[in-house]
Design a binder for this molecule. Sequence first.
Ligand code: PMP
Length: 403
Amino acid sequence: AESRVINFGAGPSALPEPVLQEAAKGLLNFDNSGIGIAEISHRSKEFSAYIAGVEQQIREQLSVPPTHSILFLQGGGTGQFSAVVLNMLARHRLLHPNLPDEERVLDYVLTGSWSKAAAQEAARLANGAKVNIAADARTLSDDGKSFDRIPPHDAYKFSKDPVLIYYCENETVSGTEFSHDEKAPESFPFELLPQGTLLPLVADYSSSFMSRPIPRLADHAIIYAGAQKNLGPAGLTIVIVRQDCIVDVDAAAKLGAVPVPTGLAYKTYAEKANMPNTPPTFAVYVTGLVLKRNAELGGLAYYEAANRRKQQKVYDVLREGEKKGVLKGHVKPGSGSWMNIVFNVLGDGAEARFLAGAEANGMKGLKGHRSVGGIRVSLYNAVTEEQVDKLVSYIRDFIAEAQ
Ligand code: PMP
């Protein structure tokens, strides 16, 4: 539609227009039921079949192995900060019932504000267990306090037999992301993890889910993401859980583990085909439409290629701007996110001018997160290459004029 602008927002974020048009029809009449998607019972045969199809689409597109279940929860990434701790503490209790609590350790890798927030929640819920910071990217930065890089492999110290090992694949605010190139120093150090055991590896994929394949997916205990970046509206949280991590939380509580609220226990969802209670029906619906479109376009291989080109174009113009002293990237080259590119525009009032000029050219959502400042360009799946080209040419003109 003509009144729509280009949305580079960090989330909730752009969705494909054909999906929105289809969703508008579904609001009036879902699957020829004569009832709109926001009105129909989640127990109806139409919706029950639909939600099972959404799960199947995720399984196929991400190649999720049969060892892992796909669960649909609510509460967002924030809910999972708590859920992963509680479910994994219960698992550890069942595995090692007699271990003193102070010998249970949760390993956290800090690469930005979201992993930091997750570690803080772990400390709140640990109930005597210890939170070990396995690596903290800030200690490597020039000022000692910025999240501006992914640590090299020799910077990690993992515990023996931890309750969980936690990382955030893409840090939406700092703009740091693990490299998927296993040989790059900025890759996740899988080779340092305990070998030959079921790894308690937990990954926050909130802002990179479905943007490209997940490396070593089968080695993860839990991978989770809110739908609201690459997949759909806010409200749906997707959790991929290896089945040994779907534990009997009540049996664990009897042995002294923290009781897990019913709505946060993975078992509740796994046992009831994802519908122990009312799921966020509209968010599930739109997510299904996006997945259907993904499959038509060529799945994750298509998005990986397109997203690779999109980020390359923006980083290229950022490097041009740096050479000319107009722009300054927040993140060390090699550690930069494909999804969220963060930089400053140098000079008094320059950022305000940059943002106003972008808006005058029909581009919004570029203001950086309040904690980091500057500019943040989010390049989720629904942002097209033409839209990126338009932004790049705006930035190039801005650089030329600023000189
Ligand atoms: N993790 C990451 C990487 C995020 O980007 C966000 C939110 N943008 C969260 C966690 C928190 O998720 P939510 O807002 O869904 O609770």
